[in-house]
Write a protein that binds this ligand. Sequence first.
Ligand code: ADP
Length: 397
Amino acid sequence: MKILVINCGSSSLKFQLIDSDSEAVICKGLCERIGIDGSQIVYTPEGKDKVTKVTPMPDHNRAIELVIEALTNAEDGVVKLEEIGAVGHRIVHGGEKFTKSVVINDEVIKAIEDVSDLAPLHNPANLIGIRACQKVMPSVPMVAVFDTAFHQTMPEEAYLYGLHYSYYEKYGIRRYGFHGTSHSYVSKRAAEVLGKDPSELKMIVCHLGNGASVSAVNGGKCVDTSMGLTPLEGLIMGTRTGDIDPSVVEFIMKKENASVAEVTNILNKKSGVFGLSDELSSDFRDLQAGYESGHKGAKRAVDAFVYRVVKYIGAYTAAMGGVDAIAFTAGVGENSGFVRGLICNRLGFIGATLDDEANKVHGEDKIISGADSKVKLLVIPTNEELAIARDTYALCK
Ligand code: ADP
């Protein structure tokens, strides 16, 4: 079956067409600047050159039409419309309602709407993507795959904040966690690479991308993760603060005469390694270059980033009463031997050692721990689209 995977944001839409049998990507692409001047669709059919078409995209309906056109046109198309057997949608927030992927029906759409106040930037955009696909492909089954679902096994002691309990009861304020599809995929794949069943392993997954999170996966189940009610909590990220004292918000508001929205924007967009490096960059390639050439801000930012990751690894080792394996994934985790090295060289306290030669790996499954290491260290490239396609196929075949 050919599965179309859709990841719909407020002004962009990423897509992949995946063959469920071979798990090959038949075409992948991106619609950018939806609803804004200068919109374009960029896509790469398997084995062919990248195609860029600058064309008006006033809304997501038009974007989906263009995706279908890109996939089915006579010139460089890769399928017939009727060959698309199902659509899998990435949905950011499933609240407590969704603990796994589900076939989309009116009730599911209503439930995604109901938790939209928990992800006001993301869920409405995800819903627009669902509705646009339903318009163009009314008879094709669709599946919702939630970023929060994998973390729903967290125990109460891990997901509750130390807030008055009534806020949890009234508004659902608790830790939900994100990147769940990635943490689930990587923890399973890491077990496979180690030749073990997930049920035998205490694992820590470090998803280090522009957004970054760590999770503790005990026996295949998530027991804690670093992101919270929103993706702002936890690690220091590309431009997000991660954990801070909430009083900082009021403090900056008073000092800079700023609104809540302005400070929230600072915490999400102007902070993290970008802010700490004196705005050198949020990209770890630039930060590594800066670090190595003596840029003080780059060193400060990378050191703080690494320290926070190590702290979480320590905390999750305690939470699980030990750790057997630590897996690194996403843009930084898969590609930066430099950052992995800085992290792993501080893990002597759990008996972990790094194989420097193996750590030169880029973007492929690899065990990077030394032969004498008490904890296995691994690089596992994430593949959220494939995970979404697998869930979609499983529910629609
Ligand atoms: P997201 O999905 O959160 O946008 P990604 O997982 O794609 O992020 O990661 C993007 C980040 O990965 C970039 O901002 C950059 O910091 C980092 N990155 C990508 N390639 C490399 C590399 N070769 N070396 C170091 N960092 C890299």
